[in-house]
Design a protein around this ligand. Structure first.
Ligand code: HPA
Length: 271
């Protein structure tokens, strides 16, 4: 089924119970098959993609990011609402807080982060990586629903699957990070390359390493997700009702509107 919108769920978000007549489908892409659920919510065609696969079977560094984004594009999706679990780098952003991030720091190491790894040279602009229009709709919707969100923040993406060391967290804090997670890069970058609008609501599941006396566990992440996911679902489904297919932002031309930056490999020596 074709879809206009997608919800990408992170840890602890595996169902699509709000969709009418949901269908499980497998989308074939050059990067592998993607299993997702599509359906209709109050007239909106939505694809629901569990980022880690069904049952959290794929670790963050092994997620098929390109396949996921390519599959959404292939279904006709243009706008993506994502959620992901994060640790907090700020004491005033405790477990349970929701953060609509607006920037990222990329500390991943071994991921292919582009669709343009052939003879095309494309340097996509990520000055505004997360679609400002979608972020605005999410923030306004949260306000109207009385859901507390922090609008703005920098997502530090680590390679995983391990959690961070205390020194890494101190480094990220002193360099402007707000939250730390393992999945937003390259997801947000690939969305931009695919000219999709993309925004993420981060669910703070824990204080990052060293900010609390206790060691981090995956279980506490899952537990806090379970508590917070209801609000994020409410927020997403209400935001979807407020969205239509008009996209008054720069995302639809993120690559095609930048023709001076595209060329054949070798033409731009030091770009
Ligand atoms: N670090 C990295 N990823 C995470 C964390 C964390 O503390 N919590 C949830 N995802």
């Amino acid at each position: 089924m074709q879809a206009d919108f997608a919800i990408i769920g992170g840890t602890g978000v595996y169902d699509a119970e709000l969709l009418e007549s949901p269908e499980v489908e497998t989308v074939r892409t050059p990067y592998g098959d993607v299993e997702l659920v599509s359906g209709v919510y109050k007239g909106k065609r939505i694809a629901f993609l569990p980022r880690h696969g069904r049952g959290h079977s794929v670790a963050p560094h092994r997620i098929a990011y390109r396949a996921n984004m390519y599959a959404l594009k292939q279904l006709g999706v243009t706008q993506v609402l994502a959620t992901s679990a994060v640790g907090s780098l700020q004491l005033d952003c405790p477990p349970g807080a929701l953060v609509i991030v607006d920037d990222f720091l990329d500390f991943t190491k071994s991921r292919v982060g582009t669709f343009f790894d052939d003879d095309r040279v494309v340097h996509v602009d990520v000055t505004d990586p997360y679609c400002h229009r979608l972020r605005g709709v999410l923030a306004q919707t949260a306000h109207d629903l009385n859901i507390d969100v922090r609008a703005g923040g920098t997502y530090v993406c680590t390679e995983g699957p391990r959690f961070e060391s205390k020194a890494e967290i101190r480094f990220f804090q002193s360099n402007g990070g707000t939250v730390v997670g393992m999945t937003n890069v390259p997801e947000v970058v690939l969305a931009k390359e695919a000219e999709l609008c993309y925004a993420t609501v981060c669910i703070v599941t824990n204080y990052a390493a060293g900010l609390s006396a206790l060691p981090l566990t995956h279980e506490e992440v899952i537990e806090q997700m379970a508590v917070s996911i209801g609000d994020v679902r409410r927020l997403f489904f209400e935001a979807l009702l407020r969205l239509d297919n008009s996209r008054d932002c720069r995302c639809p031309t993120a690559v095609s509107g930048n023709s001076q930056l595209t060329g054949v490999a070798g033409e731009e020596a030091d770009a």
